[in-house]
Design a protein around this ligand. Sequence first.
Ligand SMILES: [Zn+2]
Length: 289
Amino acid sequence: MATWIDTHCHLDAPEFDDDRQAVIDRAAAAGVSMMVVPAVMPATFQAARDAAHQARGAYALGTHPLFVQQAGADAAQALDVQLARWADDPRLVAVGEIGLDAFVPDSRDGAAWSAQVRCYEAQLALASAHGLPAILHVRRSADPLLKALRALRDQGRPVPGGIAHAFNGSAQQAEAFIGLGFKLGFGGAMTFERALQIRRLAQTLPAEAIVLETDAPDIPPQWLYRTAAERAAGARSRNEPGELPRIAATLAALRGWTIDETRSITTANALAALPRLGALLSAVPPRCA
Ligand SMILES: [Zn+2]
């Protein structure tokens, strides 16, 4: 399939309100004809769905760990309701973005951490119940994320795989996710020469474990990066899905793959992680060169 897939792109974010269609058009012109838009809390479910439909892409529903407080106590229930309501929408391909963040100080301690864990576990159980893969936010949290995945598996109701996005854990943790049917997402962070651990993982993980993503508007690649001082002075460092092929060139160089190989391998992996993408891709009209 000759298309790039951006497996993680917040196209519904306010950063794209002024020029969303131009962003979609630039992505299509770059050969990125499929993107997955994960919601971050129930209040953004409709926006994520709308953005995905506008781009003829896909979306996921869930509450992001850093939005747990804002989403409120009934976030998981709201997810359950909406997964049922939109079950027939072929563009709904996963539960996400869900997970745990043990990096941000306000979220990693005490009651805030307990709330994160409760919300994650409830949403993971819903992914299993609805038969949908999960798109996971992993930041210094691989072990507790894995623990909950294993618990469901051991109860005979496993989550059907998914993607550990913007992965930055150890090789051992990567293997554990792979063993549970997950792919690992690589994006802009890989383009920094000093990102030794991420580049080593991208270089050495099994080929079938790697998917590509931008996480736009976040995680700008090295060529879009601006320092805090530059941004304060008004410089823009917004990432967008059209950057994916250039990010992929970094992966190609690290792996010794051609660009065509990189595209076909990562596209096949994205389809394996998010099987509902298959029907959407075969409906994509051929692009005029
Ligand atoms: Zn994200």
